[in-house]
Design a binder for this molecule. Sequence first.
Ligand code: NOJ
Length: 568
Amino acid sequence: MSSVETKEATDSQWWKEAVVYQIYPKSFNDADGDGVGDLRGIERRVDYLDELGVDAVWLCPVYESPQADNGYDISDYRSIHPAYGDMDDWRRLLDALHERDIRLVMDLVVNHTSKEHEWFQRSRRRDGEYEDYYIWRDGSPDEPPNNWESCFGGPAWTYDDEREQWYLHLFDENQPDLNWRNPAVRDSVYEMMEWWLSQGIDGFRMDVINLISKAEDLPDGEPGAGQTGTEHFFNGPNIHEYLREMRDRVLSDDSLLTIGETPGVGVDDAKEYVGSDGSGLSMVFQFEHVTFDHDGHKWNAGNWSLAEFKEVLSKWQTGLEDDGWNSVYLNNHDQPRMVSRFGDDGDYRRESAKLLGTLTHTLQGTPFIYQGEEIGMTNASFASPDDLRDVESLNFIEESLERSDVQSYEDVRDAIEYVGRDNARTPMQWSDDPNAGFTEGEPWIQCNSNYETVNVERARADEDSVLHYYRDLIELRDERDVLVYGEFELLLPDHPAVFAYTRTLGDERGLVVLNFESEPVEFVVPADVALDGLELAIANADAPTVPSDSFELGPYEARVYLTPTQHT
Ligand code: NOJ
């Protein structure tokens, strides 16, 4: 067996060769004109996804929900939120995707439910078996049981007047945390997962799954710059026991794709989730490369260097190379638009969007494309807090004003426009029709004002668009094992402008060179990189078909050189 063959995925590991497209249903496409995206709207766009060439869709929550956190607050796991449609619409979407060989991964949100969930309603009434479904503690109404903070700011506890006890919520007060120590809770979750699997889905993206196990007795956390208490609930004491149980009980079909969203995991922690002796997840979403510039708090982000960025990503590339698998993403519904954060959303929007796409499709791991990334969508402008919808941003503004940290919205506007989650949630830009062709009604959140120039219709008609480039990238990755399985080696780690690396798989070699600056830069290929046989495979500018020892890269220029295919 050649080294290529030994590295290739078994059928059950189809996801190693896949590209996944993430859909945020509220903002993707509205078929019924109520201003909110819906399942029929997505169904109308499955041919678009097919043309793009993606292999799987991750659908953010579409379940019944009061929408305090846009569906990450679920009140009924087995029904569809009416604004999105119903189970028949969902089945039609599943069929439409499967007919095109696109798999469907559903969001699994089981660290918490909505307050409106029947389980919580019964729990607050101490109704029989539901009494211990959540994490309740005694205490006087003005003194929370410990000093843990919510991820969205403020205490992680709310006093419930009905039950006369505090309940824990690591997110919004409308999202009470389930008590995973209670076996009945775990049984209920597994039954629900089995039910979704029986509907024919292909896997789960597991929301903050490494937060489900809390330290016994819930001790106080060490106050610091970030959220207090995380050392007691990130990768908590029973996390792997629960995940192994989940695997044994419901995830025994090893062709299912399971992606754990795991804030705060390092490479060694990740191996415990995705390594051969781990608890069985296919991959995790780690956060280090999107938080390395947080300076204690996400709202302080922005001061980063390319050298640090390369260091973090390379650590993950090499760290999971022999045991485990990476996910590769630069943005999603919780992150700002990547081109505004890591590229240049002004003069070099097109070039830098292509450059970042080149990065995500040529690193080792499964690339995730967030809706709109493939046309180079950018962060938006939010002139007033009235334009914002996200509970996290609104809480931050309210608290900052209350604490008198700031005097007005203008004082936090830059931070909101840089990292606020609503940047990713403005409607998908389909055309230059009113509301970007997203809805015939009033959109639930404003469109980005650049939709007349940045939209799918225009990108389709322009051979040089980000969209066409993404199709080529996906096709290239599909054809070339070296991009999927090749060993990664970072070149010039300290170079302040160029991100360059090689990929090697047996005789197949690749060289990727990316200029992260808006100025031209001279790139000298390190002497130990073999250039013989390399040919240009994709680039975002005119480039020579074979590399020389040194060459000049234009602003945000990206080039991928590969040896010709060795396969027969
Ligand atoms: C992570 C999700 O991606 C985010 O959107 C949500 O607010 C939190 N988990 C809470 O469910």
